[in-house]
Write a protein that binds this ligand. Structure first.
Ligand SMILES: Nc1nc2c(ncn2[C@@H]2O[C@H](COP(=O)(O)OP(=O)(O)O)[C@@H](O)[C@H]2O)c(=O)[nH]1
Ligand SMILES: [Mg+2]
Length: 317
């Protein structure tokens, strides 16, 4: 596997594709080999693109790939779809919309399903990003459906998070309500060719006003609102400008290092939590105690909090 990792570092696309597949299925040998080069991994710019299904995220991502390619960058994309890998529909859609970059050796697009409960959103995505980073892609773009997933998860993946809304769908209003605005570094109003873009912009401005203020003295970023028509690549220059401005803000205030550290801490916490839970389930007595308390919760005898407290006490943790 160490050899695979070296081939990825050398830019071997086949090795990269294979490694991504192994990482996605949590292959321990591959992940260990990846861990062994952790300290020397490059740290590419990470751009998150989130918003409701159908907002035009993939179309927009495709446009951004072209814009970054025009600057000479090598672009990696991870498109995460929360649906089962067997339904396939949305994954295929992402591939189709990014198909025009399929023959470009300086672009690598990877669609993946979320790993599910014991992997969370981030585990598989982070590994995929690390492999793309190792292969020298910079920037990386991560497309996620931002509704119904933990906002913190989605925001934590990227240095700059674009929230994509459209005047077309009622789910934009829902997105405004669901607190997705709190994670936006840039708000994109896509499908501005459709009626209602001005109205949505007003609603977005109002929602942005409700964002919590940073503590006094902390750097303040006011998310710009950018209108686009992804299908005809209108507004992409403005969007590229907004992304660059946010990057400059992060650099000026020395915030990139903190973002990176928090991301790694979060991965550690998630993996440690999963590992401990798996260990617990593997031990007869502990698993029995866990089940006993679960039943007590289900039957209404114990509150979830009290059950968790007793379990932890009983296991002497
Ligand atoms: N009218 C209009 N349609 C768009 C625009 N951007 C994307 N679409 C269409 O919206 C649909 C969903 O786009 P897609 O990129 O797959 O959305 P995603 O689910 O957010 O990734 C596709 O049929 C696109 O062609 C736009 O700016 N205007
Ligand atoms: Mg998509």
């Amino acid at each position: 596997m160490a050899d695979w990792i070296e081939r990825v570092r050398g830019g071997d696309r086949r090795a990269l594709a294979r490694s991504l597949t192994l990482a996605e299925s949590a292959d321990q040998a591959l992940l260990s080999a990846l861990d062994s080069v952790f300290a020397s991994l490059p740290r590419p710019t990470r751009i998150g693109i989130t918003g409701p299904p159908g907002a035009g995220k993939s179309t927009l991502t495709s446009g951004l790939i072209a814009a970054f390619r025009a600057q000479g960058a090598r672009v990696g994309v991870v498109a995460i779809d929360p649906t089962s890998p067997f339904s396939g529909g949305a994954l295929l859609g992402d591939r189709l919309r990014m198909a025009r970059h399929a023959l470009d050796a300086e672009v690598f697009v990877r669609s993946m399903a979320t790993r599910g409960q014991f992997g969370g959103l981030s585990a598989g995505t982070e590994d995929a990003c690390d492999l793309l980073a190792l292969a020298g892609f910079d920037p990386l773009m991560v497309e996620t459906v931002g509704v119904g997933q933990s906002e913190v998860d989605v925001a934590g993946l990227a240095d700059t998070t674009l929230v994509v809304l459209t005047p077309a769908a009622g789910d934009s209003v829902q997105a405004l309500k669901a607190g997705i605005m709190e994670i936006a570094d840039v708000v994109v109003i896509n499908k501005s060719d459709l009626e209602g873009a001005a109205r949505l912009e007003e609603d977005v401005k109002e929602a942005l006003e409700l964002r919590p203020m940073p503590p006094p003295g902390a750097p303040c970023w006011k998310p710009p609102i950018v209108r686009t028509v992804a299908t005809s690549e209108q507004g992409l220059e403005g969007l590229m400008g907004a992304i660059a401005d946010h990057r400059a803000h992060l650099q000026r205030h020395g915030l990139l290092e903190g973002l990176h550290s928090r991301r790694q801490e979060r991965r550690y916490e998630e993996l440690a939590g999963q590992g401990l839970l798996a260990r617990l389930h593997a031990q007869g007595a502990a698993a029995a105690a866990f089940e006993q308390h679960r039943r007590a919760v289900a039957s209404g005898q114990l509150s979830p909090r009290e059950a968790a407290r007793r379990l932890i006490e009983q296991l002497a943790l």
